[in-house]
Design a binder for this molecule. Structure first.
Ligand SMILES: Cc1cc2nc3c(=O)[nH]c(=O)nc-3n(C[C@H](O)[C@H](O)[C@H](O)COP(=O)(O)OP(=O)(O)OC[C@H]3O[C@@H](n4cnc5c(N)ncnc54)[C@H](O)[C@@H]3O)c2cc1C
Length: 237
């Protein structure tokens, strides 16, 4: 199903940590953007030249100009959409755009798709993400009920990339500092927890090969349920 495409403009830019740039988008096309879609992803559509407008619509080669990004927040009163861009040392269309962004720059948005990790009342939660999955993980933590129990493991390049996230007391958040993006510290962390009673709701969003290893691990654990699991490769090395 094709999703609505919207033209937006950069309204504000904030470096929330050394490797995370928060960009808030505005514009009248967001007036009917759906609410409560935090954790879902949109396709960000980038301009083909620095001064140009993003080309919206479905045409041959359109995918080259699109990347997936998470709805970190949408303010239903101001109609502003917030996206957190990981700015690592890699070179890519999206990262370059975010690093050079200026207030007033244009960005196309298609979507959003469905929200992730919908079983908010699961007996317990197991979440693992790298910095690209952090915006979704943080948005999910903010939605969990107060009584929620479980673990959230977040791999980030530097201690200064830790964020304050509003989350239930019963969720133990562990930050794993690792500047080598090819190393998977999430697996070690996950295999050190004691598996709880009841089927966990599982959220995994990280580099594709790391995601596959984590998924293979959780699948072998007691009470694993595919229906309660979201595991997605957020980028490919
Ligand atoms: C559902 C979904 C939601 C996502 N949400 C977010 C989000 O909210 N914030 C966010 O920052 N990212 C998010 N991502 C990841 C983002 O889409 C990718 O990192 C994307 O490839 C970045 O595009 P690029 O143009 O910078 O690099 P590309 O042009 O895609 O890739 C260029 C090179 O950089 C490498 N590369 C790509 N991404 C990274 C990275 N993060 N670290 C190191 N090397 C990389 C690639 O292997 C390639 O060699 C999400 C992905 C998915 C699937």
């Amino acid at each position: 199903m094709s999703r609505k495409m919207r033209m937006t403009q950069v309204d504000a830019i904030q470096d929330i940590s050394p490797h995370m740039r928060r960009i808030t988008l505005g514009g009248s096309d967001l007036n009917d953007f759906p609410i409560e879609q935090e954790s879902a992803h949109v396709k960000a559509i980038f301009p083909q030249s620095k001064q140009g407008l993003p080309k919206l619509g479905l045409y041959l080669g359109a995918k080259k100009w699109m990347r997936s990004y998470t709805v970190r927040a949408f303010d239903q009163h101001t109609k502003k959409l917030t996206i957190d861009f990981a700015v690592n040392d890699h070179h890519g269309l999206a990262t370059h755009w975010a690093s050079d962004a200026q207030v007033g720059d244009y960005l196309g948005i298609s979507g959003p798709g469905p929200t992730k990790h919908t079983n908010l009342n699961a007996p317990w939660h197991l979440m693992a993400a790298d910095i690209t999955g952090l915006p979704a993980l943080a948005a999910i933590l903010e939605k969990l009920p107060k009584k929620a129990q479980g673990y959230a493991f977040i791999q980030i390049p530097h201690k200064a990339d830790m964020q304050t996230i509003k989350s239930p007391k019963g969720i133990k958040i562990q930050w794993l500092i690792n500047s080598d993006i090819h190393k998977n510290r999430l697996l070690e962390a996950l295999s050190n927890i004691s598996w709880q009673d009841g089927s966990p709701a599982i959220f995994i969003a990280t580099q594709s090969a790391h995601m596959k290893t984590l998924k293979a691990y959780v699948k072998k654990q007691p009470n694993y349920q595919k229906a309660y699991t979201y595991a997605s490769g957020y980028w490919k090395a």
